[in-house]
Design a protein around this ligand. Sequence first.
Ligand code: SAM
Ligand code: SF4
Length: 322
Amino acid sequence: MLIDGHGRVVNYLRVSVTERCNFRCQYCMPEKPFSWVPKENLLSFDELFKFIKVAIDEGVNKIRITGGEPLLREDLDKFIATIHNYKPDIDLAITTNGFLLPEVAQKLKDAGLKRLNISLDSLKPAIAAQIAQKNVLSHVLEGIDKALELGLKIKINMVPLKGINDSEILDILEYARERDIRVRYIEYMENSHANSEIKGLFGKEILEIIKTRYTIKKIGRVGSSPAFLYEIAENGYKFGLIDPHKHDFCEDCNRIRLTAEGHLIPCLYFDEAQSIAEAIKDNNIDKATDILKDVLANKPKENRWDENQNEDSSRAFYQTGG
Ligand code: SAM
Ligand code: SF4
């Protein structure tokens, strides 16, 4: 079992397989970064899997593949199948922008994938294009339909932004409710890579908008999920709210992140990271295990997105996987 320096059990690994992306979301990567990590610095899927095995053997039972846009990485389905075949009962999921799903959803399902989180910030083509800086909506909606048709479990992530898509909070809720999909509203997390003009909504502002149509009841957090669940009294639909500015979910944080280059990051908002790349390339599993434990020993108690201070993180979400 993996336990961090604050006594929390860590059983969830998020793996970013690429920092590259086919979108340029205003809140994440508004411009193509000046330089991408050169391809040769990325860990191969075999190398990433070597570390994943270490983590699974030490007690990780939940893995999420993310990015950048994970569906851009070639042979992702084979990577998924390798993890699934090593431990078929692992809770294995992907976070994606959904654009490439119409083509790859079937392959991912055949590889053993059961769950996907898909980002959907708008149902209006022009607004979706303004946020992603590309005409994306029809592909994303087609991707959601395809995944549903295949019986994959889906959640939708929306980041509400002031004056851009905040008028669609209820539209996205109805879209998700009609399809029996859970939507999770994520507070915009300030970071120095985003477009400096944009502003997010705090959780309480998101709830106020939903309350203009519905009565909402608090349910609570399920397990270590960062999402606080609410139920709509009128129809029983449940939605989630992720509000890192309150950081009360840090108390139960069970996660650690691995980047495509092999950096092991203990918290999304924390500059300390250690690389497992050399240990993995040298096949030095003991060293990789020691680094994992050391990173956990230094996992901070809570993030630093404070509602009152509104600090910026220097970490890029497209590198860490959000
Ligand atoms: N490209 C995939 C996608 O967009 O779903 C996976 C990577 S993305 C970094 C993972 C999640 O982080 C997405 O749901 C995205 O909306 C969210 N995200 C990115 N930047 C964010 C920010 N500044 N604040 C809050 N959420 C953010
Ligand atoms: Fe790409 Fe996802 Fe970041 Fe948007 S949020 S730019 S889709 S990595």
